[in-house]
Design a protein around this ligand. Sequence first.
Ligand SMILES: Nc1ncnc2c1ncn2[C@@H]1O[C@H](COP(=O)(O)OP(=O)(O)OP(=O)(O)O)[C@@H](O)[C@H]1O
Ligand SMILES: [Mg+2]
Length: 507
Amino acid sequence: MKHENHTQEELFWRIRLFDALSYPSVMISLDKTVVGANKKFYDVYNLTPEDILGKKCFHSFLYKDTPCNSDACPISRVITNKEGHSYTLKHQYKWEERVFSPIFDDKGDVAFVLSSIRDITRTKSLENQLIGVKEFITRVIYASASAIVAADRSGKIELMNSEAKELFGAYNGGEGTITRTEQLYPPGKAKEIMRMLRDEKIGGRGKLIIPRTTIVNAKGEEIEVEMSAAIIYDEHGNESATMAIYNDLKDKIKVEKELKMTQKQLAQSEKMASLGQLAAGVAHEINNPLTGVLFYASMLLERSDLDADAKEDLNYIVEDANRCKNIVKSLLVYSRSTDSNKRIIQINEIVEQSLKLIRDQKKFRNIQVRRYLSEEMMLINADTNKLNQVIINLVINAADAMHGTGKITLHTYKDKPHKKVFLEVKDTGEGIPRENLSKIFDPFFTTKEVGKSTGLGLSIVYGIIEEHGGRISVKETGTKGTTFIIEFPLYLPTEDGPHFCGPSVMQ
Ligand SMILES: Nc1ncnc2c1ncn2[C@@H]1O[C@H](COP(=O)(O)OP(=O)(O)OP(=O)(O)O)[C@@H](O)[C@H]1O
Ligand SMILES: [Mg+2]
């Protein structure tokens, strides 16, 4: 009696439990007959027991007269496999998950199949939103103009956008493909970055911005970049990944370099301008007394009553006074106090002329002079005599730097889009020490024997090039030699008359 009470009580609870399920559920027998449904089912589908109990499931739910193909029937599947099975279904705006669970008898065979219907519309819409957000983030990452790399906790690279692949030269499956963060930096640097990222005092916890640092590409070449890195934490605050954004500084460095060069040139031309004024002043002041000295010394030399000693001394006076006169002349050229006689001329012609003038000098006996003169039309508006002086000065300096033996190369070419003509003078000499580079264009700067050289050569060259609206600089120098580069404005004849291009227009 007691046992029966318990059984009844349990049965009572089981029914209550079935009704308490929050999902609409139906119990189906092995022959596909609906044998029960819970309260939720009747409520949701607005049905009564008479509508469905004792009827076949395919009849009640699919409005069919015959059972479904057994392969497609989830109930058959649960009965055969003795395990649960589920699938999702999309109605117009709703998503449902249908869960079929076996109910076993005492012998362990499937006696019934419980079918529950779960509304998963909200979960599905969140899932779709998440997929949408993920796709959006992926698109943002791949559209970024910066290189982006993300790695897992162990340093294994999980993501590299196309910019990063280009920057690091890591094409999928290609030789030298980068797979780990350590490969992105010079040895030891990846660890150092992680240390800085974890240091709260540097950029805050898990964040780091390095305005200029070096990375290494797949070929082992070092590249200067601006970098910002971050540690990605999970919801518990544990490190789960790292990411870094890189911007190649190549273009920025180039612009900075150009700016520096322009500033240097500007400082140099300001210096030269004030020195030029000074030089012109001194030259004019000295010129008159010097003319007097030379005149009176020459007059004295004419006298017949001079003894040999006095004559020798007077000759020294005339010789040294002439030397001074030459210096004064050079100073006047440098300070641009001499007249200009410009005409439109092909630069190669001036180069040839200048070389003819030095051809027979002893200095060049063991020196090979090579010409790479572009055959293009490269017209400039120039004072031929002054440019001869420029080329001769540069070539003599080159010969001096090679101590008599070596190779001098003269190269002309043009950059039509930028309307410029270039002349390079290259030697295989000893090079210019770094500390002298800022002084070589200064008047009277020389490293050569005092008394033989005045140190006016390059300052005159500088003055002349400026007068032509051009620029001169040392392109490169080292133990293998030196290359000076001169840039002139290209003269372009136009249909509506002559037209000058470049930094200044000259007459
Ligand atoms: N091609 C070169 N290679 C190495 N050093 C050079 C070269 N050209 C110039 N220099 C250096 O620059 C200095 C200045 O040159 P600059 O032509 O003005 O004077 P200089 O040759 O010494 O004297 P000057 O030209 O008056 O006879 C030289 O003394 C030399 O140290
Ligand atoms: Mg010189």
